[in-house]
Design a protein around this ligand. Sequence first.
Ligand SMILES: Nc1ncnc2c1ncn2[C@@H]1O[C@H](COP(=O)(O)OP(=O)(O)O)[C@@H](O)[C@H]1O
Ligand SMILES: [Mg+2]
Length: 272
Amino acid sequence: MSAPLYEVEHLTRVYGRGERRVVALDDVGLTVARGQRLGIVGESGSGKSTLIRLMAALDRPTAGTVRFAGQQVSGTPERALGFLRARVQLVFQDPRASLDPRMRIGTIIAEPLRAPAIQGELARRGVPVDRSAREARVADLLAAVGLPADAAGRFPHEFSGGQRQRVAIARALAPGPEVLMADEAVSALDVSVRAQVLNLLMDLVASLGLTLVFISHDLSVIRHVCTDAIVLQGGRIVEAGPTASVFAQPQHPYTAGLLAAVPRFGARPWDD
Ligand SMILES: Nc1ncnc2c1ncn2[C@@H]1O[C@H](COP(=O)(O)OP(=O)(O)O)[C@@H](O)[C@H]1O
Ligand SMILES: [Mg+2]
């Protein structure tokens, strides 16, 4: 058996001090295997975003370690994180906030290919990043996320929320990552669009063989999408395992409570 892609041990993040002290993440340990689709569930403020920010080295832990592909992530200076920046990409909830309104879509999608931190990794893989190679890559990515080729020359405000989230997905895929992390990536979309973008995401994860770390407060989405799930409460993991067993037999009252709050899982109105 190959080593896990991610190994997280005793991960702790404390924000603020004194009366403002918040233990956002408290002694969390987990592994993510290649090809796994890990769901992270928990109510607002339970530490979900903090966990993936630490795993993606967008923040530093107070204590504990994150290793990716056997290499230490936590405490590694940015200039030495190229291996991670190219191989792990994120999609956030709000494409309005994550897409620069002054940049054309083509420039936005190509941005990761120009990032200084990942040039070494791309060169090692033989990925060409000159202007024409970038344009070709953008055209491929637009097609892959179901947007027209002429989108490259347009600006974010010309697109709907669902289309902007497709742009964010294309940008995340640009450097050919192995791991995609999605933080409530479809939660802000209209219900009608949400399923389309989620299906696109899952098709891409399958066809590209990506490892997925997927945050959602929506348990039915996690059950649909993820092979495994962890449940966070107050910064601690209270439940972890294959999705089917977490949902069929929750071991912790908190998970049972979360499930009961979802009509499809808990008390069914037609049983009354
Ligand atoms: N940069 C920060 N400064 C201070 N507190 C923070 C910061 N980021 C998160 N927190 C706090 O840490 C806790 C966990 O937050 P977060 O990881 O965003 O939770 P979730 O994503 O599950 O909603 C919350 O109490 C939040 O207010
Ligand atoms: Mg969050």
